[in-house]
Each structure stands twice: as structure tokens, then as C-alpha cells.
Design a protein around this ligand. Sequence first.
Ligand SMILES: Nc1ncnc2c1ncn2[C@@H]1O[C@H](COP(=O)(O)OP(=O)(O)O)[C@@H](O)[C@H]1O
Ligand SMILES: [Mg+2]
Length: 304
Amino acid sequence: MIEVCSISKFFSVVNDKGLAEGLTAVLNVSLLIPDGSIVSLIGPSGCGKSTLLEILAGLQAPTDGEIRIDGKRVLEPLPSTRKEMEDYKRRYRFISPLANGVFTDRPKHDIAMIFQDYAVFPWMTALGNVVFALELRSAGKKRSERSSCAALEEKARVYLGKVGLTGAEHKYPSQLSGGMRQRLALARALSVEPKIILMDEPFAAVDALQREKLQDDLLFLWKEAKDNAAPISIIMVSHDVPEAVYLSDEVVVFSPGPGGTVRNRIPVNVPRPRARTDPEILEIQERIFAVMQYDINQESMYAI
Ligand SMILES: Nc1ncnc2c1ncn2[C@@H]1O[C@H](COP(=O)(O)OP(=O)(O)O)[C@@H](O)[C@H]1O
Ligand SMILES: [Mg+2]
């Protein structure tokens, strides 16, 4: 269970007159995310979705409120400046600072991440990317519990196979299509067998057909984990309403930012496998569009 308790995040920024002013990125957000569920955060650009996801990952500290995972409080993160955070994301683009084995003095939360901008290491092959993630995980374990190189490589091949990348093990990311690169990011996130995967618009740069295939594959792998008694909670930022509804157990709609707060929480109680054109699914999409459209209209009214 992930508990997001009254999280707010304020930044101080320099305005165009050169004066410091406060900016509210996230305001008083509370959510309960049961184990093994898929939750999408949706809302217009700038409403604080990425900030909330980074707080969940432990990459940023909230100004107010707290996050608890399985009852354990997520402590403040290691990076203390924006630059440190960016560096961290570039270096460990798939693993949360709180994740098992990276910083052993921290509470153990098994969180993997997939960021849109920092998907994979371009200088490593597909296999190398996954092996590296596994090595990093294994580095936090006692020597006697570590797997051999051959075992890690074998495991990496299994996960590349699961996402349909068998045969591409020795290719570099630049030799893969956008969709394949995101598959690689997914393989790497899954390979560490996390309890939680945080995704920030993971399929945004993928063309429509590939995107649907990726969504279905993600659901397949999520269900496989659930069937193997190792459920994965997925928290995904999206700005695509049909994608959010199709994938999620709950869609959390944010009000337009800055100062993003939860506008509506819309459950999607449609059993899986779902049809994209299921009337119930379409009806929920319409409702979400209506909420978002209303907010945009309100905003433009204020602007006048
Ligand atoms: N480190 C930061 N310093 C100052 N302002 C920030 C910082 N990070 C995000 N913001 C601001 O907070 C707001 C929410 O940003 P973000 O979480 O990236 O939104 P979203 O992901 O929904 O597009 C934006 O107005 C953004 O400019
Ligand atoms: Mg964002």
C-alpha cells in the first residue's frame, strides 16, 4: 500500500522582474494506492504530475506531508539541489534512491522508474543495460547472496525476451526504434522485480500503433507478476486520456497548475482484459475529458 498523505511542494523561483516568489507545484494531494493496482495521474502540463512522481521516488522532498510505503515513511531524498537530482536521474535512470541495495542505510522500498527523457544508457547494449541494473541491485546484497555474472546475464535475457527484444541483445539504443527503446526501459525496470514502478509518460514518444502494443504488453507482464504472487503497483503519469483509462484501476485527474491538486479520482471498475471500445471505457473517457475541458474553460474565463 502506498499512502500519499497531504503532500504539498512549494518552490521559490525568480520571476521576470528578478524577484523571488513562491510557486506551488503540488497542493495537498492525498492518495491511497493498494498493492498491485495501476493508477494514472493525468492533467495538463505544469500541474505537478512529475513533481509528485519524483516525491514518490524519493528524488525530491515534499515541503509538507509525507509518503508511506507499506507503513514505512519515505525519508527525504539524497539529491538536495535540482542539479543533483538531474545528475542522479541521468546516472541511475531506472532506480529510485530509496530502492533496495543502492543506498543501504535507507529504508528498503523496491521502486523502479521509467522516465521519458532518460530512458536507457546509449553507450550500453540492450543486454548491457539490463545487466547493469541487475548488478546495481545485487551490489547492495551480501557477497554470499550475489548472483554470478552468468546468472545475471541469463536473467537479463529472460526479461529482454518478455518484452519482445530477443535477438536485439547486442544492439545499442541508437539502433533500436523508439518503441523498442521503451521496451528496453521496461525490461530493465521489470528485471529488478520491483514492487512499484513509476512511469513518467513512458509511451509519449512512441507512435500510436506501437503504443497500443506496448500498453497491452505492459498489462500482460503486470498480470503475469500478479499471477506469480509478486504484484507490481504501477503509477503512471500520462496526458493521454484513453491510455490512462484503458490501463488503470483509477485515474487521478489533476487541476491545471501551477498548484496542482487532485481534481477528481475516477475509478475504472471494468474487468480485464478490456476492449478499447467498451462502452463503459468510452463513457469514463468522456467524463474525464469533460472535467478537463471544464477546467480549461474556467481558466480562460479568469484570463479575460
Ligand atoms: N525544481 C523546480 N524549481 C522550480 N519550479 C519547478 C521545479 N520543478 C517543477 N517546477 C514547477 O512546478 C510546476 C509543476 O511542474 P511539473 O511537476 O513538471 O508538472 P507536469 O509534470 O504536470 O507537467 C511547474 O510550474 C514547474 O515549472
Ligand atoms: Mg511532467
